[in-house]
Design a protein around this ligand. Structure first.
Ligand code: ZN
Length: 143
């Protein structure tokens, strides 16, 4: 089990060091932002829809390591997904973060299972995901 927790620790460190899909997305047609005032985290999520699927996804923001690593992981998990699939992945992630119950096989989402011990940080971990789901529900910009 300790090998697995080392692996999960390295997932978070890696997403912090080399955030995926970070920066504004000039071609985005859906955008949503969120913030977490108790921690000072801010996050904006940009989506470029390809039909009903997320063709491109990016995030921009600042905040604690958990919020930034989670945003980076979120972009890698939701790219290519439609709204129903994205909701399902978010639900899996939020269950792991809130309960600490990780699946037995390796799953990057479970890297954040340890957050459940710090209830104040759960918002840090879910901030970017809320912004992404909100963006998915918005009508296309300019439409
Ligand atoms: Zn935070």
């Amino acid at each position: 089990m300790s090998d697995l927790s080392d692996l999960y620790q390295s997932v978070i460190l890696d997403h912090n060091k080399r955030p995926r899909n970070r920066g504004k997305l000039p071609t985005a047609n859906r955008v949503a932002s969120g913030d977490n005032p108790t921690c000072g985290d801010q996050c904006t999520v940009y989506l470029k829809m390809d039909g009903d699927r997320i063709g491109e996804i990016a995030f921009d923001g600042s905040g604690c390591a958990i919020s930034q690593a989670s945003a980076s992981l979120m972009t890698t998990q939701l790219k290519g997904k439609n709204a129903v699939e994205a909701e399902a992945i978010y639900k899996e992630f939020s269950d792991i973060v809130k309960t600490g119950n990780a699946p037995e096989e390796f799953n990057e989402l479970a890297a954040f299972a340890g957050v459940h011990a710090y209830p104040a940080r759960i918002k840090c971990a879910t901030l970017a995901w809320h912004a992404a789901l909100e963006a998915l529900k918005k009508p296309e910009a300019g439409a």
